[in-house]
Design a binder for this molecule. Sequence first.
Ligand code: KIV
Ligand code: ZN
Length: 560
Amino acid sequence: MLRDPSSKYQAFPVIDLPDRQWPTRQMTSAPAWCSVDLRDGNQALAVPMNVGQKLEMFDALVKCGFKEIEVGFPSASNTEFQFNRRLIEEGRIPEDVTIQCLVQAREDLIEKTVQSLMGARSVIIHLYNSTSPAQRKYVFGMTKEQIRDVAVKGARLIQERLSRLEEGGTRVTLQYSPESFSATEVEFAKEVAEAVMDVWQPTPGQKMILNLPDTVEVAMPNVYADQIEWICRNIRDRDSLIVSLHTHNDRGTGTAATELGLLAGADRVEGTLFGNGERTGNLDIVQVAMNLYMHGIDPRLNFGRMNDLIGMYERCTGMTVPPRQPYAGELVFTAFSGSHQDAIKKGLAGYDAAAGAWDVPYLTIDPQDIGREYREVIRVNGQSGKGGVAYLLESEFGIELPKEMQREFGPLANDEVDALGREVSAAELREMFQRIYLERTTPWALHHFHADGVDGSFRCRASLRRDGAEVVVTGTGNGPIAAFAEALIREGGVVPFEVASFREQSLSSGSEATALAYVQIRSKSEGRTCWGAGEDTNIELASIKAVLSAVNRLGGGEKA
Ligand code: KIV
Ligand code: ZN
């Protein structure tokens, strides 16, 4: 890299608009949306979509609620032409959906485009030519006047063919893009656009679309917003225009540019699902729509089945949605950090939908609104705390560890996860719980237990194995657990301990209901505490196993 980049690069000049209005405006409603997945997105794929894939994506876009869909560049390839014909001839375009086609200002291409659209109910013909100084100089070697004339000629060639479409019952909307608009002098972009308007003669009742592409992001998004506001304020017959935005993402600010462009007065947005498109991609429409949604504005697009949409997108384009893609990525509703997990858990438990707006920490929206599940919110790696571990055991397996026990099991599990050096699944945590608590049967294991009693006076007899040898103990107490503890201490030689906490729950797995018992014991001499857990179809046996698990974990508890 250059030590002094200013010798090679320069900031894009700012627009002279001291009384700009957009910074203090707010968004209150959704713009008109146009998906350009099947054209701009498709043209950027290493292997463009075949007709089958384009049809699948078209149907999915319709399902999301897109009313305008740029379906291709039918003069550029036979696949694109055939795709239009199939859409039209097979009646696949719903009544309220308009298809859009891109075309350059060349007679043969315009003719082919018109032929591809014959018989459609409603179409947008999208004419473009590039207008920026670099394109004028390097690509076309044309003066400003010649560039303007290219646009005017294209506009006329389309105009001449309109009656053929209209006589066939097709409603046509016209769209013009000064391609590379954001790198073009605003005065010149206005001049070219007005020259096209002279040909097409839009009116408030029959508007044309003026699409202003940020073909390559060359400036900060506030500059694009200034360009849009400048055009909206200076172009003639603004009320005969639908001003449209079409941003790319070269500086990583395509979404910001679009949002500021909307504040600056635009009416319509072109973009793609998940930002597929040339180079760094087109604007990600999902992001802008969901940003509106999270501000309580109906985006008039529905991404309620986000995972299905991602599946379709990945199948059709061969691209993948990155795990941290806003709203859609696999990890965007996931917290690994213990403090985040704790805050999310508390937020989810405390959030009251009836009382007010969504305010759960770390979650911009309710994942369920886009078909995602809370269970994916919390995942466990070496950075996670006890909260995440407990959450996964509870949400996946219904194991409700007592709070105090979470403090013991959390660090044990975390040490194991840390040693593994990777994320662990809920099933692996369940296996750790099983190994650390439920399967702790040495030195003491239960063979048989029986207790009976009335009015708080119980007597028990337990047959145990200690290192393989059978030991029989008997004891009394105010309940089966107390009687068993007394038996272990008095006849089993276990150091005196008391039961500090006890909890039980039932677990249904399949047809079998089982009980899980959690017992915390405290050694009377050292005051050390330890948890144990037991599982059995019999609730009493579950709690006796839990006592033995705790005694075993305390070291077997034998007197010296
Ligand atoms: O990025 C762009 O400028 C385009 C135009 C053809 C609208 O895709
Ligand atoms: Zn584009």
